[in-house]
Design a protein around this ligand. Structure first.
Ligand code: HEC
Ligand code: HEC
Length: 219
């Protein structure tokens, strides 16, 4: 009978959630500045509830240890947007390597949509295709008026009202970029990003072009 009571108690103890199993994202209070689910209003930092669709894990792990400025004019949810204050993005909390690794894993599990894997593995653009799509990025669609990117000489060029795309090839998943260009409203109904009507082919080429933008190509 005594043994039976111990067993009961043991079972009960197992049901108490142990702090070591709690999510580190919650423990670090990331949700004070970021939405981790689609509910509620946008916060001062960019949404993370689709982080597993959007980011490359290797970039996240680096960023969380050594945050860099991506939106030098602030973000959509930032009350100081375009006031040039930068204050909040420059004070991003930095994590230890261990915590950054764990939080990266937790972030990569935040998936909103099932996006086609094959877009992450498209053939690279030929030189001719790249020159043409780059012209469209800069002139036809004027993406460059809001986004920093690299010109043919590898110099940083472009506006700052949108997030910098200079390192987008290391930072973003191609399939997410394609999906974002097709329908920014899927991710944010407050988006300032224009919705472009373009052929699927053009959208894929733009996505491929964005994948070539990397810090290591900066001159
Ligand atoms: C005080 C507010 C604040 C807190 C707390 C905070 N962040 Fe941020 N975070 C921001 C802002 C603002 C940006 C945008 C910076 C920029 O674009 O230059 C950002 C950017 C990011 C980005 C890049 C997102 C993107 O779309 O480019 C990631 C990833 C991120 N934060 C993760 C986290 C995690 C994980 C935590 C918890 C450990 C956290 N943040 C805590 C304000 C915060
Ligand atoms: C009028 C300014 C504007 C123009 C023009 C513009 N964008 Fe954007 N874009 C934004 C803003 C602002 C965001 C940040 C999210 C938001 O607020 O919607 C964004 C977000 C993005 C993102 C996601 C980046 C991230 O890290 O979250 C990509 C990729 C992008 N734009 C690509 C493009 C491309 C390609 C073009 C041209 C076809 C373009 N944009 C034209 C303003 C613009």
């Amino acid at each position: 009978m005594k043994i039976f009571n111990y067993l009961l108690m043991g079972g009960w103890l197992l049901c108490i959630p142990m702090p070591s199993h709690a999510s580190l994202i919650q423990e670090k209070k990331c949700s004070e500045c970021h939405r981790l689910s689609k509910d509620g209003n946008e916060k001062i930092g960019p949404d993370l509830f689709y982080a597993g669709n959007k980011f490359q894990a290797s970039w996240l792990k680096q960023y969380l240890q050594n945050p860099v400025t991506i939106r030098s004019a602030g973000g959509t949810g930032d009350p100081d947007f375009l006031k040039g204050t930068q204050a909040d993005s420059q004070r991003h909390p930095a994590l230890s390597k261990k915590d950054a690794g764990q939080i990266t894993q937790e972030l990569m599990e935040l998936i909103l949509l099932d996006l086609p894997e094959k877009i992450n593995h498209l053939e690279p653009l030929t030189k001719g295709q790249k020159a043409k799509i780059k012209y469209e990025f800069e002139r036809t669609f004027s993406c460059i008026s809001c986004h920093q990117s690299l010109n043919l000489a590898g110099k940083v060029r472009g506006g700052i009202s949108g997030p910098s795309l200079v390192n987008a090839g290391n930072r973003l998943q191609a399939r997410w970029v394609e999906s974002w260009l097709k329908s920014p409203k899927t991710y944010s109904n407050k988006s300032r990003m224009p919705i472009y009507k373009m052929a699927d082919e053009t959208r894929l080429r733009l996505t491929q072009f964005i994948s070539t933008l990397k810090n290591e190509n900066k001159r």
